[in-house]
Design a protein around this ligand. Structure first.
Ligand code: SAM
Ligand code: SF4
Length: 325
């Protein structure tokens, strides 16, 4: 499946819920968000149908996200159905890992291949401040369970926030020395009601990289091709890698092959623009499977090029927890 700019679309990120057991400062405004009524969210069969349509038009990789995907009921069954779909060769999940202690094993058995774990600091107090009350030990236990369950490769994602965890990047990067993990640093993006906060606190990848190199030595390039949104490097004698994802300072639109399905059944054509195609309403209205598939294909073709962060404009309709990162 190609879009109007000839970019091949293979990845679908599916948000399975807008609920979460943490409340990260860059993802949710301080006074919370109003969750969508359950009736507006995709039911299990609707979610599976829309992903199946995606697989039939060319999606090969599905990543589950949210909100926190592990708080969705029946997640293991959903994963089993997706993993069995013809055409799908990779099912992964982005998670805060808090519930992986008990879910890693059943998810792996159901066909989940790998996880990206969000972890912004190794300091328990700082962790509680960024997540507004989370317990670091839960995440560390979840990570250990993911390793035991064979969910590989493990990638860690840290959003770097000035005056929160800007110095924690050194300890996080150092994890890649003894572990075969990809530790990736993400520039904070502005969305909706956290837009001003994100614009004020963003730290670009260049600054993060300089801080890591000053403390841990030179980062040798591993993959700067842009095929993956992360540019990856290796610290001296490290088993794992360090990566930088720079949507603010170096947009990677030219190689982007990704679509998103929001928890309320809308195909979002770019993370950083508000263009969406509602698929759930037509499905519920009784449109045929073939008609909904045509909507999917047509929307995917329309995928825009370029986002507007450089012009200091950002999406306003949803914050990250409502989109699915
Ligand atoms: N709850 C899961 C988690 O935290 O991994 C999955 C959903 S979360 C919205 C997905 C990713 O988006 C996380 O890695 C999170 O750090 C990232 N994220 C959230 N808000 C962001 C922002 N404003 N800028 C950059 N990344 C953000
Ligand atoms: Fe929850 Fe993930 Fe957002 Fe943090 S980043 S509030 S864990 S959805």
């Amino acid at each position: 499946m190609l879009d109007q700019y000839g970019r091949r679309i293979r990845d679908l990120r599916v948000s399975v819920t807008d609920r979460c057991n943490l409340r990260c400062v860059y993802c949710m405004p301080a006074d919370g968000i109003s969750f969508r009524p359950a009736a507006e969210l995709m039911q299990d069969d609707e979610l599976v149908s829309l992903i199946r349509i995606g697989a039939e038009v060319g999606v090969e990789k599905v990543r589950l996200t949210g909100g926190e995907p592990t708080v969705r009921a029946n997640l293991v069954d959903i994963v089993r159905e997706i993993a069995a779909m013809p055409g799908i060769r990779d099912v992964s999940m982005t998670t805060n890992a808090v519930l992986l202690g008990r879910l890693a094993e059943p998810l792996a058995r159901a066909g989940l291949r790998r996880v990206n774990v969000s972890l912004d600091t190794l300091d328990p107090t700082q962790f509680a401040r960024i997540t507004r009350g989370g317990r670091l030990q839960d995440v560390l236990d979840g990570l250990a369970a993911a390793e035991r369950a064979g969910l590989r490769p493990i990638k860690l994602n840290a959003v770097v926030v000035r005056n929160f965890n800007d110095h924690a990047v050194v300890d996080l990067a150092a994890l890649s020395i003894d572990h075969d993990w990809d530790v990736r640093f993400i520039e904070m993006m502005p969305f909706g009601t956290v837009g001003d906060f994100a614009e004020a606190g963003v730290i670009n990848s260049e600054e993060t990289m300089a801080r890591i190199e000053a403390a841990l030595g030179p980062l040798a390039p591993v993959d700067l091709s842009g095929e993956d949104p992360a540019r990856t490097y290796r610290l001296p004698n490290a088993k794992g890698k360090v990566g930088f994802i720079s949507p603010v300072s170096e947009p990677f639109c030219a190689k982007c092959g990704r679509l998103r399905l929001t928890m309320d059944g809308k195909l979002r054509l770019c993370l950083l623009r508000d263009d969406e195609e509602d698929l759930l309403t037509p499905l519920r209205r009784g449109e045929s499977y073939e008609q909904v598939k045509e909507r999917f294909r047509a929307a995917a073709f329309r995928r825009p090029f370029g986002h507007a962060l450089a012009k200091r404009l950002y999406p306003h309709q949803r914050v990250m927890i409502q989109i699915g990162g």
